[in-house]
Design a protein around this ligand. Structure first.
Ligand code: IPE
Ligand code: IPE
Ligand code: MG
Length: 194
């Protein structure tokens, strides 16, 4: 069998428009989105994709109506609980990339639990991009490097691409082989810029 992509990244978009076409509300669009994620993860594991990175909640998404944000957070916690056994069964390692300390504590706790319990799994690495923005990620990396230079931990001449890479949330991820945006639009929306 032909070898498939090693790292697949998905911008999970179009939930609202999908729901509208079905004559349903945005909430059911997000629920259906969560169901699709389950199928995608299973299929990726089956096809021996090594890394699957899902753009789940962007730094910009906080500006959505309060009710929608809290629904998305609730859906996330529920999905983590519901899919936990599946992750274990399928040898999947969960991780999260983004400014995680700004997430609601219920989300943080559930996330920490699943990450800890799956950290020794050797199969698919499933990365959830949460409160993630590519520009924010690069800015944080630059800031951390600037501090290290200021404190003489590294010299400016030594700063190279690997220095920057090591300071990213996505430091352990290889380059993306296949990027999918599910809504059919062709925008990057500040995802995985490095
Ligand atoms: C993706 O669907 C869900 C998130 C970004 C969290 P959207 O909610 O963006 O759906 P559209 O793009 O409005 O159709
Ligand atoms: C992209 O979808 C972000 C995520 C999938 C989390 P959005 O619907 O939030 O992006 P824009 O606003 O269309 O760029
Ligand atoms: Mg959208």
């Amino acid at each position: 069998m032909k070898k498939g992509p090693k790292h697949v990244a998905i911008i999970m978009d179009g939930n609202g428009r999908w729901a509208k076409l079905q004559g349903k509300n945005r909430v059911s669009g997000h629920r259906q989105g969560a169901k699709s994620v389950r199928e995608i993860v299973e299929e990726a594991a089956k096809r021996e994709v090594q890394y699957l990175t899902l753009f789940t909640f962007s730094t910009d998404n906080w500006s959505r109506p309060k009710d929608e944000v809290s629904l998305l957070m609730k859906l996330l916690v529920n999905s983590l609980r519901k899919e936990f056994n599946k992750l274990i069964q399928n040898n999947i390692r969960l991780q999260a990339v983004g400014a995680l300390n700004e997430l609601p504590s219920a989300v943080k706790e559930e996330l920490d639990y699943v990450i800890e319990k799956t950290k020794k799994n050797t199969g698919l690495v499933l990365s959830l991009a949460l409160n993630y923005g590519g520009k924010e990620e690069l800015t944080e990396a630059m800031k951390a490097i600037a501090y290290k230079v200021k404190n003489s931990i590294i010299s400016p001449e030594k700063v190279d691409q690997s220095t920057i890479n090591e300071h990213l949330y996505t430091q352990n991820l290889p380059a993306v082989d296949l990027l999918i945006r599910t809504s059919g639009e062709e925008r990057i929306s500040n995802f995985l810029l490095w």
